[in-house]
Design a binder for this molecule. Structure first.
Ligand code: PLP
Length: 461
């Protein structure tokens, strides 16, 4: 770090509220505007307090607030400096958080691909054609790209006319659930599920009904009972590389689940956003077992980059009319520029090249994580692990204790669909941290904490 600006003196006279907040806000603004560059040294607490006419405690509080937000950091014996917020360069010290709570994959391999694709796009002479309103169900080329991506990642040959480009997996979930439910309906979901299904159910006015799982995934008997007890006709599930438990359902389980769905008249939304990470396609997707009943969704977010906002939804023919109405009422077609970039990535083979790199990255990191966390449920293709905690750890206490040591994970509560019976476990994401040595460091902190006696919860009197 360089000592570029030791005499920072903000004007806080016009800022409302407590003085420490005013100083913290001025810090944030000056760092945001570049007036205080990365590495700039800040005045000592005493010096700034004297020059602003406030107490030393006020400056200490302001700096502490900025430090909590990750804007600045202290170095023993040297002073306080503006930190580099970019995760790749984040220092692994007691001021930097190692975030193992986000299921994103490190971005590096695709920056160059994006640059080349953008240059290619910019030099085309049909650009204005891309800027009209697209067909609501996507252009033929974008649907064809979606069908190709589904075929490359599942082995399933599908009719491009049934593939809808969407604004990411999340939008595909919304469209699929809106197509198969009515307000007030019950929606069956695995008892631990992707957290964003909860706000989506709230938006669509659906009652979430958890269905028990074992280490082979969704339990067909429990599905049948839950459907009967709640009169439910819709299921959202992740048969491959389940988030958060990592489970991939075997072929028999899939057959049994679909047999229940057929018998009970249940339509299924099959979420496969992590499926591309599996080396071989594995058992046929639910959509292959019953194409009239299953809406299959995938996305490029975890493979290429989430900012592309590209997903694909494979829609059964009987639902196509309703889907077009939904698309017309909401999305009015995906952004053609983004869709074109995605199509280029898929049809040129770049998306699959990236997937192969992603698989290698995940497999290496899984091997590293399993060495340190042998008790975790994992899969060599999964970007996260599911870690049951030994007694007497409680999930929230563990996550809090770990965060106080600079590592963030997600406790099971985030994934639990109903109260009660939530396991004492945490999800540990291994793909998002850019540098492998940072991941290693975070996992070691985690493993060390696991081996210590559990901390007492905060309120015990
Ligand atoms: C299981 C699952 N489905 C869907 C999504 C959303 O995908 P996208 O980022 O493409 O919207 C995520 C994102 O984390 C996810 O984990």
């Amino acid at each position: 770090m360089t000592e570029k600006q030791p005499h920072w003196l903000p004007d806080i006279t016009h800022r409302p509220g407590p003085r420490y907040r005013a100083i913290a806000a001025a810090l944030q603004d000056d760092i945001g505007s570049g007036a205080l560059p990365i590495g700039a040294k800040l005045p000592t607490h005493r010096d700034l307090a004297w020059r602003l006419g406030v107490t030393v405690g006020t400056v200490t509080r302001a700096y502490a607030e900025a430090e909590r937000s990750g804007l600045i950091g202290g170095e023993v014996g040297r002073g306080t400096f503006v930190r580099d917020p970019r995760p790749a360069e984040a220092p692994v010290d007691n001021t930097g958080i190692i975030d193992l709570s986000v299921n994103a994959l490190a971005q590096h391999p695709n920056e160059e691909r994006l640059r080349q694709a953008l240059l290619g796009l910019a030099s085309r002479n049909d650009l204005s054609g891309l800027m009209h309103y697209p067909p609501v169900n996507g252009s033929a080329r974008h649907r064809q790209a979606g069908a190709a991506w589904i075929a490359q990642t599942t082995g399933l040959t599908v009719d491009p006319a049934l593939v809808l480009p969407t604004a990411g997996g999340q939008n595909a979930m919304h469209l699929a659930l809106a197509a198969i439910t009515r307000p007030g309906d019950s929606l069956l979901v695995e008892q631990l599920s992707y957290p964003a299904v909860k706000p989506l159910a709230g938006l669509l006015d659906l009652r979430l009904v958890p269905v028990a799982m074992d280490d082979g995934g969704l339990l067909p008997d429990a599905l049948e009972q839950a459907a009967r007890a709640h009169g439910a006709h819709a299921l959202y599930c992740m048969p491959r590389l389940h988030n958060p438990t990592t489970v991939t359902q075997g072929p028999d389980r899939r057959q049994a689940v679909m047999a229940v769905c057929r018998q009970a008249g249940i339509r299924v939304v099959e979420d496969d956003v992590y499926g591309f990470l599996a080396d071989d396609p594995g058992p046929p997707p639910l959509a292959a077992l019953d194409p009239e009943r299953v809406l299959f969704l995938t996305s490029l977010s975890k493979n290429l980059m989430p900012g592309l906002r590209t997903g694909f939804l494979l829609c059964p023919p009987p639902l196509m009319d309703r889907m077009r109405t939904l698309l017309r009422a909401t999305l009015l077609g995906v952004n053609p520029l983004g869709a074109e970039l995605s199509a280029e990535f898929i049809l040129s083979g770049a998306a699959m090249e990236s997937a192969i790199q992603r698989r290698a990255l995940v497999a290496d990191r899984q091997a590293q994580a399993r060495r340190l966390l042998p008790g975790a449920a994992s899969d060599p293709a999964c970007p996260h692990l599911w870690l049951p905690l030994p007694e007497p750890w409680r999930r929230e206490d563990f996550a809090r204790a770990l965060l106080s040591r600079g590592v963030r994970v997600t406790p099971a509560d985030a994934f639990a669909v109903a109260r009660g019976d939530t396991p004492h476990a945490v999800r540990v994401c291994i793909g998002g941290v850019e540098r492998v040595e940072v991941l290693e460091h975070g996992l070691r902190i985690l493993a060390n904490l696991l081996s210590e006696p559990a901390a007492m919860g905060e309120s015990f009197v």
